[in-house]
Design a protein around this ligand. Structure first.
Ligand SMILES: [Zn+2]
Length: 175
């Protein structure tokens, strides 16, 4: 099997994989990390039917706050912004009879998603500002190598940002 290399620098080798409830963290020898947040879960509801459930993002973010797991909370917030933002956009275009290829919407970057949500007046200005704020902080943390002075985020700030993310997600229809 081919060795898994760091997607950021293509040099580091995979050293560890940690799986939690819905977040998988991979560490590479270069110090970079990657995170995969699973949003949907397939469950068997009877012998033949599968249902897709989305574990409550609000609950999972609240748990991250309780566990003071700021990093995970911010990573999850961003994944949920993407997921619920894209759903909102699709719903919006459909209800307006605007025909846009859903695949194109799926390929939007988070920054684009946030801008379209705001420009189509799906979210208000305070929500827009909060989403950008959370995204900026997450980008900064993710691009920080592990050896960097431990986790450059202050506890109060982190908690505040995740609470803002929760408010944004409620506006995007998450429960
Ligand atoms: Zn790397």
């Amino acid at each position: 099997m081919a060795e898994e290399l760091c997607p950021s620098c293509k040099k580091g080798k995979l050293v560890s994989v940690k799986k939690e409830e819905n977040v998988e963290t991979k560490e590479f020898s270069c110090g970079h990390r990657t995170f995969t947040v699973r949003i949907e879960e397939r469950i068997l509801v009877s012998d033949s039917v599968h249902a897709i459930v989305i574990p409550s993002p609000i609950r999972l973010l609240q748990e991250a706050i309780n566990q003071k797991d700021w990093f995970k909370g911010l990573i999850m917030s961003i994944t949920y912004f993407e997921h619920f933002g894209i759903n909102k956009l699709k719903e919006h275009f459909r209800s307006k009879g605007i025909n846009i290829d859903p695949d194109k919407i799926d390929r939007l970057s988070l920054e684009e998603i946030i801008m379209v949500l705001y420009s189509c007046e799906i979210v208000d200005q305070p929500t827009y500002t909060k989403m950008i704020e959370v995204k900026k902080k997450r980008d900064k943390l993710v691009h920080q190598k592990k050896e960097a002075p431990i986790f450059e985020i202050e506890e109060g700030e982190a908690e505040n940002l995740i609470k803002k993310a929760i408010e944004c997600l409620k506006n995007l229809g998450a429960t």
